[in-house]
Design a protein around this ligand. Structure first.
Ligand SMILES: *[C@@H]1O[C@H](CO)[C@@H](O)[C@H](O)[C@H]1NC(C)=O
Ligand SMILES: *[C@@H]1O[C@H](CO)[C@@H](O)[C@H](O)[C@H]1NC(C)=O
Ligand SMILES: *[C@@H]1O[C@H](CO)[C@@H](O)[C@H](O)[C@H]1NC(C)=O
Ligand SMILES: *[C@@H]1O[C@H](CO)[C@@H](O)[C@H](O)[C@H]1NC(C)=O
Ligand SMILES: *[C@@H]1O[C@H](CO)[C@@H](O)[C@H](O)[C@H]1NC(C)=O
Ligand SMILES: *[C@@H]1O[C@H](CO)[C@@H](O)[C@H](O)[C@H]1NC(C)=O
Ligand SMILES: *[C@@H]1O[C@H](CO)[C@@H](O)[C@H](O)[C@H]1NC(C)=O
Ligand SMILES: *[C@@H]1O[C@H](CO)[C@@H](O)[C@H](O)[C@H]1NC(C)=O
Length: 420
C-alpha cells in the first residue's frame, strides 16, 4: 500500500510539471492536426437492453458449418489476415483497444493516446473520478454503459477507446462509429498471473491464506479461496473475463463453445496484440491501421521495478495454473497462432521492417531517456516503410507520459475542465 502511495504522489508531481508542457503540446497539435470528422449524434440515449451485458447469452452467431476448430485454424486464419497496404494517407482513426489488465497494455495504450492526442481525436473516458480527476478505468466489472462513460464532446463522436472496460460487442458497437477497428491484447497467461499477483496482491490470497507461499496454496485449490464475485477476482481467467467470455464457462469449460467464441472474437478483432511479441504485433497493427512508424514507436511502460514474483510462486505452480486457467490458455494460444498466421501472410519484408523498428525504438529510448533539451532532435531517415521523421523533446514527453497524467490532459482538452 505504501509503495502505491509513494508512486502515486511522485506521479502527481511529475504531472504538475507537465501541465506547462501541455500548452506547448497543444500548439504542436494544431500543426499536426489533420482532419476531424464531425458526426452529429441525434440519439444520445442508450437503450438499456443494448448497453447491458449479455454475459449469459449464448453465442449463436456461427452456424456449425463454418466453425473452424483451433487445430485446423491456420487455413481459416490466412483468410482473416489481409494483404499489405502501406497507404499511410488512409489512416484509420476509429479504434477500440481492449486494455486487458497486466498484459503490458499500458505500453500499447500510450500509442493510442499519442495518436489521438496529436490529432485532437475524442476519447471514450470514464465517468468515475479519482483524486487526480479523470479515471483511467471505465469499469472492471461491466462493459460500456451510458453511466460509466462521459458523454461525447459537443458535435463529435468518439474516435478512440483505450481504457480498461469489459468487452461486449453490442455495447462497443453502440458507442463507437460503425467503422471502428477492434484491437485486443493478451499476454502469456502464467506471466499475466504472476504480474497480477505482484501488482494487486489480492487479499483473498495474501490476507486469507497463511504460510510462506500463499499463492502456491491458492493455485492448488483456487475454488476454496476465490471471491464470491468473479469480477473482483484478478486470478480467475482474468483475460478471458475481460474479453467478455460468458459466466457459465468459468465454472464449466466446454471446448466446442469456447471454440465458437474464439471464432467470433477473431471475426470482431482485427488484431490481438500478443505482448510477448510486442514489436511484431505493433508492426502488424501499423500496417492494418495505415499508421506511420512514428505513430507506433513506444517505450516500455508500467513495468514493475521491484519484482517480487519469485517469492510468490513455487516450481510446480505453472502446472496447477494451466489446469485452472483453461479459458485464458485457450484464448492466448488461439490468438498467438492467429498472430503467427497474420505475420506469415505479410511476406518477407516484415522481418526487415522489424529490424528497423527495433533500431528506431532503441535510438528513441536512448534519446528520450537521456534528458534531451527542448530543441534537441533525433532525426530518423526515410525507409521503405516510413518517411523521414524527427523525434523531438515534445515527442519524448508524450512517449514517457504515464496513462494517468495523459488522461488528465485529454480530459481537460476534451471537456474544458480538469474537474469534469
Ligand atoms: C481540439 O478540439 C477542441 C474541441 O473538442 C477544440 O476546442 C480545440 O481547439 C481543438 N484543438 C486543436 C489543437 O485542434
Ligand atoms: C461494479 O463496480 C462498481 C465500482 O466498484 C460498483 O459500484 C458496481 O456496483 C459494480 N457492478 C456490478 C454489476 O457488480
Ligand atoms: C454544433 O453544431 C451545431 C449545429 O450544427 C452548431 O450550431 C454549433 O455551433 C456547433 N457547436 C460547436 C461547438 O461547434
Ligand atoms: C456508418 O456510419 C455512417 C456515419 O454515421 C453512416 O453514414 C453509414 O451509413 C453507416 N454505415 C453502415 C454500414 O451502417
Ligand atoms: C457445450 O457447448 C455446445 C455448443 O454450445 C452445446 O451444444 C453442448 O450442449 C455443451 N455441452 C455441455 C456439456 O454443456
Ligand atoms: C541509430 O543510432 C545509431 C548510432 O547513432 C546509428 O548508427 C543508426 O543509423 C541509427 N538508426 C536509425 C534507424 O536511425
Ligand atoms: C541519414 O541519411 C543521411 C543522408 O543519406 C546520412 O548522411 C546519415 O548518416 C543518415 N543518418 C542515419 C542516422 O542513418
Ligand atoms: C527535422 O528537423 C530538422 C531540424 O529542425 C528539419 O530541418 C527537418 O525538416 C525535420 N524533418 C522532418 C521530417 O520533419
Amino acid at each position: 500500500m505504501n509503495n502505491v502511495m509513494i508512486c502515486v504522489s511522485t506521479r502527481q508531481k511529475r504531472f504538475k510539471r507537465r501541465t506547462h508542457v501541455t500548452i506547448q503540446v497543444l500548439f504542436i497539435c494544431l500543426i499536426s492536426f489533420l482532419t476531424l470528422k464531425i458526426v452529429y449524434y441525434t440519439d444520445q440515449t442508450c437503450h438499456e437492453d443494448k448497453c447491458q451485458l449479455t454475459r449469459e447469452s449464448k453465442v449463436n452467431v456461427f452456424t456449425q458449418s463454418n466453425v473452424i476448430f483451433p487445430n485446423e485454424v491456420t487455413i481459416g486464419l490466412s483468410m482473416l489476415a489481409s494483404s499489405i497496404d502501406l497507404d499511410v494517407g488512409n489512416e484509420v482513426s476509429h479504434v477500440a483497444f481492449l486494455k486487458v489488465h497486466k498484459a503490458a497494455s499500458s505500453t500499447a495504450q500510450n500509442i493510442f493516446l499519442r495518436f489521438g492526442w496529436t490529432r485532437n481525436l475524442s476519447f471514450v473516458l470514464s465517468s468515475a473520478k479519482t483524486k487526480f480527476g479523470y479515471s483511467s478505468v471505465i469499469s472492471n466489472n461491466e462493459s460500456l454503459t451510458k453511466f460509466n462513460i462521459l458523454p461525447t464532446p459537443k458535435n463529435k463522436s468518439f474516435d478512440i477507446l483505450c481504457h480498461h472496460v469489459i468487452y461486449n460487442k453490442l455495447a462497443f458497437d453502440y458507442f463507437l462509429p460503425n467503422d471502428t477497428i477492434y484491437i485486443g491484447i493478451l499476454r502469456e497467461p502464467y506471466e499475466q498471473y504472476k504480474s497480477a499477483l505482484n501488482y494487486f496482491r489480492p487479499s483473498y490470497i495474501f490476507r486469507n491464506i497463511q504460510g510462506d507461499f500463499p499463492a502456491s496454496s491458492y493455485i492448488r485449490d483456487p475454488l476454496k479461496y476465490e471471491p464470491r464475485s468473479i469480477f473482483t477476482s484478478w486470478t480467475n481467467n482474468r483475460q478471458a473475463l475481460e474479453f467478455g467470455f460468458p459466466m457459465h464457462l468459468f465454472s464449466k469449460f466446454n471446448t466446442s463453445e469456447v471454440n465458437l467464441i474464439l471464432q467470433k472474437l477473431a471475426s470482431e478483432f482485427r488484431l490481438v496484440i500478443i505482448s510477448d511479441q510486442m514489436e511484431e504485433s505493433i508492426i502488424l497493427m501499423r500496417r492494418y491501421l495505415h499508421w506511420s512508424m512514428k505513430d507506433v514507436v513506444f517505450l516500455n511502460k508500467n513495468v514493475a521495478i521491484n519484482k517480487k514474483e519469485s517469492t510468490l510462486v513455487q516450481s510446480n505452480d505453472p502446472q496447477f495454473y494451466r489446469q485452472w486457467a483453461k479459458l485464458d490458455y485457450a484464448l492466448y494460444e488461439f490468438f498467438l497462432r492467429r498472430l503467427r498466421a497474420q505475420i506469415q501472410d505479410q511476406g518477407p519484408d516484415f522481418d526487415d521492417e522489424l529490424i528497423l523498428f527495433k533500431e528506431v525504438r532503441k535510438n528513441t529510448s536512448i534519446f528520450c531517456l537521456n534528458n534531451p533539451k527542448k530543441d534537441d532532435i533525433l532525426p530518423i531517415n526515410k525507409s521503405k516503410w516510413s518517411g523521414p521523421f524527427n523525434i523531438t523533446w515534445e515527442d519524448c514527453q508524450l512517449l514517457t507520459m504515464e496513462g494517468i497524467p495523459f488522461v488528465q490532459i485529454i480530459g481537460k482538452r476534451q471537456y474544458g475542465s480538469l474537474d469534469m
